[in-house]
Design a protein around this ligand. Structure first.
Ligand SMILES: [Zn+2]
Ligand SMILES: [Zn+2]
Length: 316
């Protein structure tokens, strides 16, 4: 280990769509690399880092900015021109142990479960998305996609003061979860006209639309169901090179704001606080656990939509 580095014994590491994209060659990566960017564990060796001792429970922020490029100096660390990530460019958390720089560590709040610890990273990305969506108390927030991120967004939108939440999701099990998590209007896009349903309920369209699917059709639909002056957020990740047609007059006359949200600048602490307070409920995320040897099985389950969230537990 270099100075400033620690050895983490990994307790839990989530798998998400980004890992699938990397495995399928549809996303940036630097192979050969150990995947896993959503993880927590225990310090096996705290190195010579002041204030840290072996046995401390930590979560790891995978995104490493350079600190000296134009964007870093403007405080936009997530847009860093030299951004690297553990589990993408550098060996990450799908392993028994992982070496991590102390700058990437966040000590887990007292009493936090390992499942919650593994969810801090994905929830921190959603917290950034909620910041950029600029929800006002009383807004109608429509969320396209009821996967892990859509259901996290649903909970955060409610916390942010949405008066009406609409969740659009074709898979029944995910719609059931959305109902349990408090979605006010749940739409099955395979049987219902999404735009007609949203207009019928709101009269004008949604104040805020958050796309959490990552497909061109739902990106387009997000624009279709926003009201004039509304905000459309592209949170889902489309394959590289995908395009959608947008009518400029829809943006011009309708004063639409289209905003992207990428990773998690300085949102780790708030994410941990939300999970700790039960504002985002890990227990309702249909988590399935796999041992390290079960990683291929976990990928298959995710690809086939059989699980909502798969978590690798390398110590079991
Ligand atoms: Zn992820
Ligand atoms: Zn930078």
């Amino acid at each position: 280990m270099n100075p400033g580095e620690v050895l983490v014994r990994v307790d839990a590491c989530g798998i998400c769509g980004t890992d699938l994209h990397i495995v399928e060659g549809a996303s940036r990566s630097n192979p050969p690399v150990v995947l896993g960017h959503e993880y927590c564990g225990v310090l096996e060796d705290a190195g010579k880092v002041p204030g840290l001792t072996a046995g401390t429970r930590v979560a790891v922020d995978p995104n490493i900015s350079c600190g000296s490029c134009y964007y870093c100096r403007r405080g936009l660390v997530h847009l860093c021109q030299n951004l690297r990530a553990l589990g993408v460019d550098i060996d990450g958390g799908m392993a028994e142990y992982c070496i991590v720089s102390e700058q990437q560590l966040h000590v887990l709040p007292e009493g936090m479960t390992t499942d919650e610890g593994a969810l801090i990273e994905p929830v921190s990305c959603a917290v950034h998305g909620i910041d950029l969506a600029r929800i006002s108390v009383g807004d109608t927030v429509a969320i396209l996609g009821g996967g892990t991120m859509g259901l996290v967004m649903l909970q955060l939108a409610r916390s942010a003061g949405a008066a009406l939440t609409i969740l659009v999701e074709p898979v029944e099990a995910k719609r059931t979860l959305a109902r349990r998590l408090g979605a006010d209007l749940i739409v099955d896009p395979s049987h219902e006209d999404v735009r007609a349903t949203v207009i019928e309920r709101t009269g004008v369209g949604a104040d805020i639309v958050i796309e959490c699917v990552g497909k061109p059709a739902t990106m387009q639909q997000a624009i279709d169901i926003a009201r004039r002056g509304g905000v459309v957020e592209f949170f889902g990740v489309c394959p590289v090179g995908v395009t959608i047609p947008v009518e400029p007059n829809r943006v011009y006359f309708g004063e639409l704001t289209i905003v992207g949200s990428y990773v998690n600048p300085h949102t780790f602490t708030r994410s941990a606080a939300l999970l700790r307070a039960g504002k985002v409920r890990a227990s309702d995320m249909m988590i399935q656990h796999f041992p390290l040897e079960g990683v291929h099985e976990a990928f298959t389950a995710l690809r086939e939509g059989k699980t909502l969230k798969s978590i690798i537990t390398p110590q079991q």
